[in-house]
Ligand binder design. Structure first.
Ligand SMILES: Nc1ncnc2c1ncn2[C@@H]1O[C@H](COP(=O)(O)OP(=O)(O)OP(=O)(O)O)[C@@H](O)[C@H]1O
Ligand SMILES: [Mg+2]
Length: 252
């Protein structure tokens, strides 16, 4: 499965040392995300959602278990190689935007292209095009403090998109926005996903979670529900029926 998946966690545990004690943030988590999927991750505070996202995005490493990106086991990769893989494959969006205050909107969005060896003019063109796509072409020279919350998040989404990643990881992207602005940000993720980019959104808002085609629920570091597994079971049953009806097999 991991050979075909865009990203996969297999039997992942993540422990954090807290003085003498240990916190188990993830307790044996396995799932795979395919190209073009739209997934929400929900669960109570402290259930391990952000830990999961940081592992999928290779910002952190598991205590045990494996993280696969494009079928490659990332545990064997060095830090530099991992950073290059991340830069090519994943775009991140955070609740608090994490924009660089001293840079303009355009410069913030150009940043991920810095490591691509593209000439500055080309970087500028690509960044301006993606800012146009998120509706910010009239804000290119603004600094983050001169933007509304929704505009800041659109800038962060443009920055996540500019290098054409196969996967966008958004950790509570609407957490700091009013519900109307949040809805327009989710509309934007839906539009991005409809063009083939896989999107994983962590959210506390059930209305947002239900808009994703697949929902994963976490509790105490474990997956308690994953609608993809229900889909797989239905698929297996459908296949069994097909073999019986169309293939002339006897029903075992
Ligand atoms: N760097 C860290 N050091 C120690 N413990 C940590 C660290 N990061 C997370 N934890 C612990 O791991 C558990 C899972 O944290 P995580 O941030 O993944 O939760 P979450 O589901 O994203 O919660 P929230 O909804 O509040 O963002 C929590 O108990 C948390 O206290
Ligand atoms: Mg979190």
């Amino acid at each position: 499965m991991s050979g075909l998946a865009l990203a996969a966690l297999e039997g992942v545990y993540k422990n954090y040392a807290m003085g003498d004690a240990e916190v188990r943030a993830l307790d044996g988590v396995s799932f795979a995300i395919g190209a073009g999927e739209f997934v929400s991750i929900m669960g109570p505070s402290g259930s391990g959602k952000s830990t999961c996202m940081n592992l999928i995005g290779c910002l952190d490493r598991p205590s045990s278990g494996a993280v696969f990106i494009n079928g490659t086991d990332t545990s064997r990769m060095g830090a530099g190689e991992l950073a290059r893989l991340r830069n090519r494959t994943v775009g991140f969006v955070f609740q608090q935007y994490h924009l660089i205050a001293s840079m303009t909107v355009l410069e913030n969005v150009m940043l991920p292209l810095r490591y691509r060896g593209l000439p500055p003019r080309r970087r500028r063109e690509l960044a301006a095009a993606v800012l146009d796509r998120v509706g910010l072409s009239d804000r290119l020279k603004h600094r983050p403090r001169e933007l509304s919350g929704g505009q800041k998040q659109r800038t962060a989404i443009a920055r996540a998109l500019v290098a054409s990643p196969a996967l966008i990881l958004a950790d509570e992207p609407t957490g700091a926005l009013d519900s109307e602005t949040g809805k327009s940000v989710i509309d934007l993720f839906e539009e991005i996903n409809s063009r083939g980019t896989a999107v994983i959104i962590v959210t506390h808002d059930p209305g947002i979670g239900e808009r994703a085609r697949r929902q994963i629920k976490l509790r105490d570091g474990k997956i308690t529900a994953d609608t993809a597994e229900a889909g797989t079971a239905a698929g297996a049953e459908g296949e069994r029926v097909s073999r019986f009806v169309f293939g002339g097999e006897s029903f075992a």
